[in-house]
Ligand binder design. Structure first.
Ligand SMILES: [Zn+2]
Length: 180
């Protein structure tokens, strides 16, 4: 699956694509929303933590599903309302879409640990789904040498090469917007 680099870039892309206003950068940029969107794009991988609590690997299980993305989106809405954010629905949509990008990116990534892919339709189905075409490489994390080895650096470079241009284009568009 992709590293947090690809997921964070996808979160930035969602943020840039969603902002339509002419706020002056960086003072009037909504940094809380920016941070929350990037967090939402990476959040599904917090399931790594369940292993320490439950003693069983749940990575790519229910947190990587459309069902959980819906729960996340609803939770974001109620949290935004509680925090008295001016546009709670817009915030929730942005965070929900950012969460979804994580699932999509993982589906298009090489997976070497069974079951392959993500539990996309949880809780309706326990089946795992993976795209037949894979754009992202897997990440080796057996040992520290592997973790910081060439294979993983090349995998990250590939992520930046794929998601980076999308962010670049949206950034360019936003700069033009703000300039007007
Ligand atoms: Zn993931």
């Amino acid at each position: 699956m992709p590293t947090p680099v690809a997921h964070a870039l996808a979160g930035i892309a969602v943020y840039l694509a969603s902002r339509q206003d002419h706020a002056r950068w960086p003072r009037q940029e909504d940094w809380v929303l920016f941070g929350s969107t990037v967090f939402a794009a990476c959040a599904a991988d917090l399931d790594f933590g369940i292993r320490f609590l439950a003693g069983h690997n749940y990575h790519h299980y229910f947190t990587h599903s459309l069902g959980f993305a819906t729960i996340f989106c609803l939770a974001a809405y109620f949290f935004a309302r509680w925090a008295k954010r001016p546009l709670p629905k817009r915030d929730a949509w942005m965070l929900g879409v950012a969460y979804l990008t994580h699932i999509v990116l993982d589906m298009f990534s090489k997976d070497t640990v069974a079951p392959f892919g993500v539990e996309l339709l949880w809780p309706v189905s326990d089946a795992f789904t993976i795209s037949p075409v894979l754009f992202f490489d897997d990440i080796w994390r057996g040992t520290l040498t592997e973790l910081f080895g060439l294979h993983n650096w090349l995998a990250v470079a590939r992520e930046v090469a794929i998601v980076g241009p999308v962010v670049g284009l949206l950034w360019w568009r936003r700069r033009k917007q703000v300039a007007h």
